[in-house]
Design a protein around this ligand. Structure first.
Ligand code: ADP
Length: 224
């Protein structure tokens, strides 16, 4: 089983790119943010524990995240592999993932680091909305829906994430620098870090990622 990691600050586009890559490479897309938001919506025990951290833009405790990832890996153990989006986010989580990978006989192929300037992130996130039904993402500035407030694909209402206010976005960026940035060194030490410029249109960024994966020998759709 192969594991790909997409690192990158909030608003770097890691969710969008991870989804596209998962489709292209035939891997399971696993977004810890999406899973947690779903738990919060369903008011599960995990959701109730995670909610206060997410609303403030802080990280959910490592132990909760690692248990959640372990459950997903075990549940989907027959799959070709996973693309992690928003995980790992601390060195403790990265070490936990190494242990889990050993346990299930998986290998980490690479950690793709999407690099985007902080001010662009703030502009992207504070103007972002998403479809409440299909999850399609829009941006008031760069990619507005045809009819304001409604999804182009299914006409459902668009919603904004509670943590996309400027204050919380700035805190998420601060938390990223403090707790997630060290992972760049963690993976570059093992020659697994692939840095990609995250600025530009979705298709351009995806093309850059695929070229970088090719260069690092990990862009192989037939790998198992
Ligand atoms: P973004 O990267 O844009 O902040 P995510 O959807 O990845 O968005 O995460 C949203 C929130 O969910 C984070 O601010 C954090 O509170 C929580 N979260 C997601 N993934 C993790 C993780 N691996 N560890 C701890 N908290 C997480």
């Amino acid at each position: 089983m192969r594991l790909l990691i997409v690192l990158g600050a909030p608003g770097s586009g890691k969710g969008t790119q991870a989804k596209l890559l998962a489709e292209y490479l035939g891997l399971v897309h696993l977004s810890t943010g999406d899973i947690l938001r779903d738990e919060v919506r369903r008011e599960t025990e995990l959701g109730n524990q995670a909610n206060q951290f997410m609303t403030a833009g802080e990280l959910v405790p490592d132990a909760l995240i690692l248990d959640m990832i372990k459950a997903k890996l075990v549940l989907d153990s027959m799959t070709k592999g996973f693309i992690f989006d928003g995980f790992p986010r601390t060195v403790i989580q990265a070490k936990g993932l190494d242990r889990l990978a050993d346990e299930v006989g998986a290998r980490i192929d690479c950690a793709i680091d999407l690099v985007v300037d902080d001010e662009i992130v703030v502009k992207r996130l504070t103007a972002r909305s998403g479809c409440s039904v299909c999850g399609a993402i829009y941006n008031d500035v760069w990619n507005p829906p045809r009819r304001a407030g409604f999804c182009d694909k299914d006409d459902s209402a668009l919603i904004r994430r509670a943590d996309d206010s400027e204050l919380v976005v700035r805190n998420r960026l601060h938390v990223y620098r403090q707790q997630t940035k060290p992972l760049e060194e963690y993976y570059s030490h093992r020659a697994l870090l692939v840095k990609v410029d995250g600025y530009g249109m979705t298709g351009q960024v995806l093309a850059r990622i695929l070229i970088s994966l090719e260069a690092s020998g990990t862009n192989d759709r037939t790998q198992v």
